[in-house]
Design a protein around this ligand. Structure first.
Ligand code: HSE
Length: 407
């Protein structure tokens, strides 16, 4: 029997406890031992839980219990999760977490502590919810030089955008629905402003390229400015709007990484990933494109990935699974203004088309009502900003500026 503790009994934590209890036989068959939930840490009371007697409000009961070999961190947020996880690793306990904020902010340090203590720090659920992506990238694709990783990494925003595209639903109503379904972060600003997706592409970039990429080095835009007009005009051009996290290794070895809404062409595999589903494309030099698809948020999908890590930790109590990257300082990341892509602009005003053509060259256009949507040739983002400023100076209203995703 291996004793584990679960820190946090929210959406994911209760899902982890549920799977450990309902899938006991299945997990026993895989591990050859029982996984026993010895403690659950939460400040709230859960008198109706079948294991109500194992709840504690005191972290010291977990850290001081020598029988607990694996600790699950599903509290979310940085505090106290960071302190607790660090202490668990230093006490020789392996840790499995779904906390992308923690991994994106402190992954390199926590991996280094795990290495030092000869224990495991695992975070399959931190990216893509129930989709296996960390282990496949770390193990199955290890032979590849990864040229690019691009994905729809946030279920809440993908749900909102899908509702806008499919049902013409307003942003706020779709957000409320996503929250009610349990997809959103405690603070949904992290979803809709792109920070959650940013943390996830940082984790994937760190894993793919071996140096920690911190979120504050990554340009991030959310979906709060996307309107139903943009959704409709994008469709006229043959695109859907998706929030994309993307990292590309350039020929000089530097990384072009960002999180932003993008127009995704309908022939891209990512274009048909809807609702709370996530999709991640990994471009390997041996494999070509490999695409991972599944539920990126929600109780049982995310808990399923956490439980896989628990089993892995339990199977390797005395051995390290090799999962590691070094610390990074952002010096390998290009300025987002130097990133190049074609651009979609929504504009209005007299002679907007002629003025846009003069500045951007060969453009394609679609009209709807009094508005004009333009797709420009490929352009450096900083140059696009300058030209948009010139357009405004000439009396044109620039209502939206969105990248075209080459994915
Ligand atoms: N809020 C996150 C999302 C949860 O919507 O994708 C899963 O990480």
């Amino acid at each position: 029997m291996v004793s584990v503790a679960i820190m946090g009994h929210g959406v994911v934590g209760s899902g982890v406890a549920e799977i450990l209890l309902t899938h006991k036989q299945k997990l026993f068959a895989s591990l050859g031992e029982e996984i026993y939930i010895k403690k659950i840490l939460d400040l709230r009371e859960f008198p109706d839980s079948p294991i109500a007697d194992r709840f504690t409000k005191d972290f010291e009961e977990i850290i001081n219990d020598l029988e607990i070999r694996v600790v699950v961190e599903v509290m979310g947020g940085l505090n106290p999760a960071y302190d607790y996880v660090k202490r668990c690793l230093k006490a020789g306990k392996s840790v499995a977490t779904s906390n992308k904020e923690l991994v994106a902010a402190h992954g390199a340090e926590l991996l280094a502590i795990a290495k030092e203590e000869n224990v495991n720090f695992m975070f399959e659920a931190s990216v893509g919810g129930g989709i296996p992506i960390i282990r496949p990238m770390n193990q199955c694709l290890v032979a590849n030089n990864v040229g690019e990783v691009a994905g729809i990494l946030n279920g809440t925003t993908n749900f909102i955008l899908t509702k806008m595209i499919e049902d013409g639903m307003q942003f706020a109503d779709a957000l409320k629905l996503a929250q009610d379904l349990g997809f959103a972060e405690r603070n949904p600003a992290a979803d809709i402003e792109g920070h959650d997706a940013c943390r996830k592409i940082c984790i994937l970039a760190s894993l793919a390229y071996g140096r920690h990429v911190y979120p504050d080095s990554v340009h991030t835009e959310g979906i709060t400015d996307i309107t139903l007009n943009d959704v409709k005009l994008a469709k006229e051009f043959g695109y859907v709007i998706k929030l994309i996290g993307k990292v590309k290794k350039l020929s000089d070895g530097s990384l072009d990484i960002l999180t932003a809404p993008m127009l995704v062409p309908l022939n891209s595999q990512l274009s048909s990933i809807d609702y709370e589903f996530n999709g991640i494309m990994v471009r390997g030099d041996c494999t070509g494109d490999v695409v991972f698809y599944g539920k990126g948020a929600g109780k049982l999908p995310t808990a399923s990935a956490v439980v896989a890590d628990i089993v892995d930790c339990c199977k390797h109590l005395k051995a390290r699974r090799f999962l590691f990257w070094a610390d990074g300082d952002g010096s390998n990341i290009i300025d987002y203004k130097d990133s190049v892509s074609a651009m979609y602009l929504r504009v209005s005003g007299d002679d907007a088309e002629a003025k846009a053509q003069k500045l951007f060259g060969e453009i394609s256009t679609v009209r709807s009502g009094g508005e004009l949507a333009v797709i420009t040739p490929e352009i450096r983002y900083g140059d696009c900003q300058s030209k948009c400023a010139e357009l405004r100076d000439s009396g044109v209203n620039v209502l939206s500026v969105i990248r075209i995703g080459d994915i």
